[in-house]
Design a protein around this ligand. Structure first.
Ligand SMILES: [Zn+2]
Length: 192
């Protein structure tokens, strides 16, 4: 564990003991999964976790957010940065923030771009499972959500894949794809 200001960098095996100590006052009903797009893998230099988070925070401040948008960031080496306190509503998905926890995964996981490393894959699975268990949520496509499933303008879930104004986030190749059907086929079984 290493902290600089509010940012706390954890090894994957340190996450559960950190989480156990947290007192979260707001109701949590879902975990959001994203990719950062930029920074991508080429921007990760093994030892620049803090610099990347500080740069993301700067970009988010310039967009008018009060601080870095996400509660957690995962890295290609499997490490986890605590970014925004879980007690503060994230700025992750319009329509899914109030009761959400936002995880940003460093990389661009669209088809033909970064290939999710085994270490980061393991961390995404383990922290998502830990957060679901901590908040007593059953894994399904209501408790774990992809940014792609929400209409960016309406701030609501899209009813039919391909309809509405959406982002590809967390990437068209994120654990086999970014649709609800992909999630149910590929990621959900790994969360059980
Ligand atoms: Zn996103």
């Amino acid at each position: 564990m290493k902290a600089i200001g509010k940012f706390i960098l954890l090894k994957p095996e340190e996450f559960d003991s950190w989480l156990e100590l947290q007192k979260t006052s707001r109701a949590i009903r879902l975990v959001q999964l994203h990719h950062t797009y930029i920074p991508a893998y080429k921007h990760f230099k093994e030892n620049n976790h803090f610099a990347l988070c500080e740069a993301m925070e700067q970009a988010h401040l310039e967009r008018g957010f009060a601080e870095i948008a996400q509660n957690f960031t995962t890295f290609p080496d499997g490490k986890i940065m605590v970014c925004r306190s879980m007690n503060i509503i994230p700025a992750g998905i319009k329509g899914a923030n109030k009761n959400g926890i936002c995880i940003e995964n460093v990389g661009n996981f669209d088809k033909g771009r970064d290939v999710l490393s085994e270490l980061q894959k393991g961390t995404i699975l383990s922290i998502t499972k830990s957060l679901l268990a901590h908040f007593k949520l059953i894994p399904n496509d209501q408790t774990v959500v992809y940014h792609h499933w929400y209409d960016l303008n309406a701030g609501k879930r899209i009813k039919v894949e391909g309809i509405g104004v959406t982002k590809s986030c967390p990437g068209t190749n994120f654990f086999g794809g970014n649709t609800v059907a992909d999630f149910n086929a590929y990621l959900l079984p790994l969360l059980k």
